[in-house]
Write a protein that binds this ligand. Structure first.
Ligand code: ZN
Length: 305
């Protein structure tokens, strides 16, 4: 592998709301020099603290991956990191003026588009690649969670999900080459089950307001009264359950969009290892906890090419 490290040509910004806080803020990508890596900077906090996008700075994986250092936190970093992996960017400084990344449409596509709009350029150092000598497995058998990496010359990911619900069923997604990230994975949005959404809304844990940023699977009988209440919360004239068992707040881009989104999250979380990982990854029911625990284990087993 003799590719060069990459950064962006110019500074670009994007404004949006945080899913959990409902705050509106601006995220700015700035070009960075060779071997800088990916760093976040909280520009709304005194002293503008910088937090490196590394696995050691993960402090929570509850409904998203959160980085933190000296009491300063940044929530929901995974879609931004996935966009950086998907565009092959190694070095960038990300300014944010709130404690959460904007959720945008619940996918990574807006981030990919703005990074491409900035222009991506090659730098004067070779890319950093990591690989494994032998298979590494992380498992939680009682939760049917499995994730592994095997030695391979390029990066590929396979994801399988099955939550034992009829409406979502068993789904599978695969990405053989990061060059297909934009067309196959980037626009795949996050998903929730209706009962989880009700819990989050009732406990004030999401304040996104406009629910165009998550696929909502309905795995129980819902009364009209409840749908009317959701319509009010979603700011929609009418909410109904579509034949395929999702709410009508959006249309699916792919039948297996949820599995593809899990793959997106996994790519984003693995970016916390720094550099570019080579290997064949397989994951069953991955989530942010699994992804980051796997990355922590992997950190001690990868070697630089
Ligand atoms: Zn996600």
């Amino acid at each position: 592998m003799t590719d060069s490290q990459k950064t962006i040509n110019k500074t670009v910004s994007i404004t949006g709301s945080g899913l959990h806080t409902g705050q509106t803020g601006t995220l700015t990508f700035r070009p960075a020099k060779e071997n800088h890596g990916i760093k976040f900077r909280r520009v709304d906090v005194e002293g503008q603290p910088v937090i490196d996008a590394t696995i050691d700075n993960v402090i929570s994986t509850d409904r998203g991956t959160t980085l933190g250092k000296n009491g300063v936190k940044i929530f929901t970093i995974e879609h931004v990191l996935a966009a950086l992996s998907g565009t092959g960017i190694d070095n960038v400084l990300i300014d944010i003026d709130m404690e959460e990344m904007p959720i945008m449409d619940g996918s990574a596509i807006k981030y990919v588009e703005i990074l491409e709009e900035a222009g991506i350029r090659e730098q004067n150092e070779p890319k950093i690649y990591y690989t494994v000598d032998e298979k590494v497995v992380f498992e939680i058998p009682e939760k049917k969670i499995y994730i592994s990496i095997e030695p391979a010359e390029k990066f590929s990911v396979e994801v399988e999900i099955d939550y034992e619900t009829k409406v979502l069923g068993k789904q599978y997604a695969k990405l053989d080459d990061l060059k297909d990230f934009k067309t196959e994975i980037a626009k795949c949005r996050t998903f929730v089950f209706l009962h989880e959404l009700e819990y989050l809304l009732n406990n004030n844990l999401i304040k996104g307001g406009d629910m165009s940023n998550a696929i909502v699977f309905v795995n129980k009988v819902v009364e009209q009264e409840e749908l009317d209440r959701l319509a009010e919360l979603f700011n929609k004239p009418k909410v109904k359950v579509k034949d395929i068992g999702i709410l009508n707040n959006l249309d699916l881009y792919f039948d297996n969009e949820p599995a593809r989104h899990k793959l997106l999250d996994l790519i984003g979380d693995l970016k916390l290892l720094g550099g570019n990982l080579l290997g064949k990854i397989k994951a069953v029911r991955p989530g942010h906890y699994t992804n980051t625990e796997f990355a922590k284990q992997l950190k001690h087993k990868i070697k630089r090419l």
